[in-house]
Design a binder for this molecule. Structure first.
Ligand code: UT7
Length: 323
């Protein structure tokens, strides 16, 4: 059975927070942030939520795909910052879209969430017969960002991206690879608030904000990025020279640059918006894909590689033949 990605969408919070704005909040500089990360500014949700951004991104993807919302029979929302545990973000997005009947689930695979979601959607379409899947990646990382840690808070932003997968005659998803390594050193963590029950007694507060060992995550990220790209290319039997574009997780410009150099792929093939949006976790890859698609740079038949890595430690990629 063949599956194609037939539409993309994205949604951004209105508020822009620049590096200059952060200079007024902590001991940092635009120059340091830009040279160490490639980030100039990020969007921060004020009124927006994971569900509202996710719904807007989904609407844009549905319109782009030229389908009706009730054709969707599977909704997956990738998020690490859900607005609520019950009924979850995906069921709320389904309701906002006016879709009466569709399986809906939230998925947490950190910054690789949308690649994992694509893999899960493809698996469910192949095994359970779903015809049209909506994948949303939506995160409001500003909620769990430690705004007192200048080593991490400068990296993150809020956004949502979405895409539609549909059963098709022509094969559009040529290869998918998802993988993980145990984070035995706790290099990237964030806990729920300490949850007390009448039976547990008082609990010590947890670390409710993102903690990251940047150096260790950096070296994991470059190796994982290279491995997953090679795995998907190998599965599809396609040489890297044939890739039209690579849509990487927008974690840090330097990670992308190092990967491009080690793989000997021209940097121009890597789509980047990290300067405008920072790292938006689940939203990172689908927002970048949506921007690339809407830029008009992709032609039908082009080969596009999506690749992500993040907490967990998760990583993965998907090779697409463009619709
Ligand atoms: O999506 C999850 C994946 N996450 C990632 O991929 C993140 C991977 N890691 C990174 O992107 C980088 O490690 C960071 C951007 C987080 C940090 O960059 P770095 O080049 O590794 O900097 P560093 O941590 O080695 O810090 C260098 C110096 C330190 O000062 P000293 O000890 O040399 O005096 C830091 O205290 O820069 C200092 N520093 C800052 N200075 C100004 C750290 N943050 C800042 C800041 N402004 N915001």
């Amino acid at each position: 059975m063949a599956i194609q990605l037939i539409g993309t969408g994205s949604a951004l919070p209105k508020k822009i927070v620049t590096n200059k704005d952060l200079e007024g909040m902590m001991d940092t500089s635009d120059e340091w942030i830009y040279t160490h990360t490639g980030v100039r500014e990020r969007r921060i949700a004020v009124e927006e939520t994971v569900i509202s951004l996710g719904t807007d991104a989904a609407r844009a993807a549905i319109e782009d795909a030229g389908i009706q919302p009730d054709e969707i029979d599977l909704v997956i929302c990738s998020t690490i910052t859900p607005d609520c545990p019950v009924p979850g973000c995906a069921p709320n997005i389904r309701r906002n879209l006016g879709v009466e009947n569709a399986a809906a689930l939230d998925l947490n695979a950190n910054c690789t969430g949308c690649i994992y979601s694509l893999a899960v959607a493809r698996g469910l379409m192949e095994t359970l017969g779903f015809k049209t899947a909506l994948v949303v990646g939506s995160d409001v990382l500003s909620r769990i960002t430690n705004w007192e840690d200048r080593g991490t808070c400068i990296l993150f932003g809020d956004a949502a991206g979405a895409f539609i997968l549909r059963r098709s005659e022509a094969e559009g998803v040529l290869a998918v690879h998802i993988a993980g390594k145990s984070d035995v050193d706790d290099v990237l963590t964030c806990d729920w608030p300490a949850m007390e029950t009448p039976f547990s007694g008082p609990k010590k507060p947890n670390n409710e904000k993102i903690y990251m060992d940047g150096h260790k995550v950096f070296s994991f990220a470059v190796n994982a990025f290279i491995e997953t790209l090679e795995r998907s290319l190998g599965e599809a039997g396609i040489p890297k020279e044939e890739l039209k574009a690579i849509v990487p997780h927008q974690a840090n410009f330097r990670i992308i640059k190092s990967t491009a150099r080690r793989l000997d792929i021209p940097l121009e093939k890597f789509y980047m918006n990290v300067d405008r949006l920072g790292n938006t976790s689940s939203a990172s890859v689908p927002v970048a894909l949506d921007e690339l698609a809407r830029s008009g740079r992709l032609q039908s038949g082009d080969l596009v590689m999506l690749a992500g890595f993040g907490g967990g430690l998760t990583y993965g990629s998907a090779l697409l033949r463009w619709k």
